[in-house]
Design a protein around this ligand. Structure first.
Ligand code: C2E
Ligand code: MG
Ligand code: MG
Ligand code: MG
Length: 285
């Protein structure tokens, strides 16, 4: 705790802060038990092709149902899991669960695309990460081509040789790789052209306000044309309006994910969604 606070911050120490630290520590203890107590679960959000507005894949998004605090979003517990190392068992659980679910949906004929799973930098850098992935695939019977791993640009910041080896190994397994929150990190263009990546996911902050927001229109347009010319598929995150969808389609963005098409859903709800003909959202005329 003292280390967390930093040496020159003791003057701000107050009973209220003490209380906050205590709450955070308690939450971390709770998170440690959350997997075994069955409090973690996944939501699934479909991804759509702009051309025909059909589902092309799903993304698994972690949720924590806390017994007294209620539903805790990943933005609150994933950073905590990353700092404490708990992201390794949690990430393994997410991977296993998502692969099992996708194998079941594929077996039922409800979908034929990949399931995307978010992988944090710490998890990606574990020496046994590839083994975790192959285990999750073999235990679930999911084919590698039906698994997509999303990493953020932070993964490319250190030790690029090792990162490249891991990426190449995953690609030779047949797993798809995508860069999440693209545009918000630090990946250099010289790295980008070498990476065995399948898809760029444009961060939702650049999709907001399209097409009127001039800056975002410039950034989104540049990412799409660069990404496509480098041979990547490009997906827009956080698509909320028909205007955004129409504009992104006109820029030849391949795919979109967002509340316009579908919200993240619990497994049962997502089953119904996929069964009802994948809820194709009619394109505006
Ligand atoms: P992300 O991977 O970029 O996921 C997209 C986030 O945008 C999700 O938030 C999703 O619910 C939200 N979203 C989708 N469509 C829209 C939209 O139209 N508008 C807006 N405003 N938001 C939209 P969520 O589920 O709260 O997840 C937040 C972040 O937490 C994720 O961002 C990801 O970085 C992280 N995360 C979630 N699950 C996992 C996991 O299993 N492992 C790891 N390492 N990180 C995870
Ligand atoms: Mg993601
Ligand atoms: Mg994102
Ligand atoms: Mg993110």
């Amino acid at each position: 705790v003292a280390k967390d606070l930093g040496r020159n911050r003791y003057q701000f120490y107050s009973p209220a802060m003490n209380e906050r630290i205590r709450e955070r520590l308690m939450l971390e203890i709770d998170l440690r038990r959350a997997i075994e107590r069955g409090q973690l679960f996944l939501n699934y959000q479909p991804q759509f092709a702009f051309t025909n507005r059909l589902v092309i894949g799903l993304e698994a998004l972690a949720r924590w149902q806390h017994p007294t605090l209620g539903l805790i979003p990943p933005d609150q517990f994933i950073p905590m899991a990353e700092n404490s190392g708990l992201i390794v068992p949690i990430g393994a659980w997410v991977l296993e669960t998502a692969c099992q679910q996708q194998a079941a949906w594929i077996a039922e004929g409800l979908i034929d695309g990949p399931m995307a799973v978010n992988v944090s930098m710490h998890q990606f850098r574990q020496p046994d990460f590839i083994e975790r992935v192959t285990d999750a695939l073999s235990r679930s019977g999911l084919s590698a081509c039906h698994l997509e791993l999303e990493v953020t640009e932070s993964v490319f910041m250190q030790d690029l040789d090792r990162v490249m080896q891991t990426l190449e190994a995953l690609r030779s397994l047949g797993v798809r790789l995508s860069i999440d929150d693209f545009g918000t990190g630090y990946s250099s263009l010289s790295h980008l052209k070498k990476l065995p990546i399948y898809r760029l996911k444009i961060d939702q902050s650049f999709i907001q306000g399209l097409p009127l927001d001039q800056e975002n229109a410039a950034i989104a347009g540049a990412i799409i044309s660069m990404g496509k010319r480098l041979g990547f598929e490009v997906l827009a995150e956080g698509v909320e309006t028909q205007e955004q969808a129409r504009y992104l389609h006109s820029l030849e963005c391949d795919a979109g994910q967002g509340y316009l098409f579908a919200r993240p859903m619990a497994a049962r709800e997502c089953t119904d969604f996929l069964r009802d003909g994948a809820g194709a959202t009619p394109a505006p005329s």
